[in-house]
Design a protein around this ligand. Sequence first.
Ligand code: GDP
Ligand code: GDP
Length: 437
Amino acid sequence: MAKPVVAVVGRPNVGKSTLFNKIAGSRISIVEDTPGVTRDRIYADCEWVGKQFTLIDTGGIEPYSSDIILLQMRRQAQLAIDTADVIVLLVDGREGMTASDLEVANMIRKSNRPVVLAVNKIENKDIEKNIYEFYNLGIGDPMAISAEQGLGLGDFLDRIVESFDSSLVSQEEDTRLKIAVLGKPNAGKSSIVNRLLGEDRVIVSEVAGTTRDAIDSTFKYFGEEYVLIDTAGLRRKSKIYDDIERYSIVRAVAAVDRADVCMIVIDANTGISEQDAKIAGIAHNRGKASIIVVNKWDIYEKDQGSVKKFEKDIRNTLSFMPYAPIIFISALTGQRVNKIMETVLLVSNEYSKRVTTGTLNEVIGEAVLMNQPPSDKGRRLKIYYATQGAVKPPTFIIFVNDKGLLHFSYERFLENQIRNAFGFVGTPIRLIAREKK
Ligand code: GDP
Ligand code: GDP
């Protein structure tokens, strides 16, 4: 099931970063070989009473100048409305209500998204009465918290988690394959979406009738129904945040969370870039299957080695994702557009593939013979056995004598051996070491 997205909106200095860090704590995942994405703390994976969600910080554009605060606030709020299941409006209980708080509250109210209103910096009884004026925002009961001192956060998180139930009911039974279309502006995402939708264009998901769902389209392919999560359509709806990279990352995270397969669209004309790597990194980190679609191949100046050279560039820049198949297409002429769904279905199969414990252990056994496990201070890693614990993405549990001895490079080696034997094209795979007593 898709992880719910919670977006925090609020004026500069109300305490968004403080709140974010308090809640996300050490759970902000950093994967070393994925460039950019996680280091600037745009989103974090969180858990409360056993429920997982993604927390995103829609703010954080520095430095603010006072005349653009209102504009930024509108952008943030629109972004939250478009991408989140639950919106947190954070206000400053020491400064009191401001005009921009009111404006944002109005936008949120019109969107009908579930909202939690938190009044921050309430550290003592004396100022608790400050929360009452925020009833005037008209978006429900204000909750007193102190992000800095961790006060009221339990109730606050309870309230967030309760809101999931109402906003997610309709998604629970949806078993259709969901495909996110990602890429930089102008890469050709909408053109590809139009190609895939073809005559079916009019069919739009009827789930819940919310803003976000309206950007999902469904189409049929060989009698089966699929859902396209189109981040380009989202952009068109709210052109105001076109140019800001942070926003495109937030949108990508929200789309990826709901998807099974990610289509990373690259513009052949501009070549692969750091931003493409960030977007691909999101799909990889969040354990989704991916295909790489190089678009506009019709106008790319080709010669003998073009495909090879382009592939090499991609493999270099997306070195954390060697498993993703690459296809070269033109949405404009239709060239090889038929490959898209073929490849999506291929990786989707691999994404949910299960291998038997018997063959898995044969493969691991041979790997160990081929390349002796590492040792440290006279102690050698022993691998007892392995089993596939999960699919989507394929996850392998490896029972060992000492987890500390399973170094990254040996893990990589095992992953490669597993891939050599079973494929798992287009999907990340995870290895989890467990110590056997
Ligand atoms: P952001 O701009 O919304 O991300 O706000 P920050 O998290 O950077 O916080 C702005 C200022 O408010 C910092 O000086 C924080 O130390 C302070 N602050 C944040 N949370 C609290 C709180 O719960 N109580 C008090 N008194 N100050 C806080
Ligand atoms: P998006 O921003 O990623 O949704 O990109 P669009 O689908 O709006 O396309 C951006 C521009 O690239 C438009 O002018 C398209 O006509 C053009 N375009 C899209 N696909 C192709 C293609 O395969 N070849 C060429 N030559 N142009 C394309």
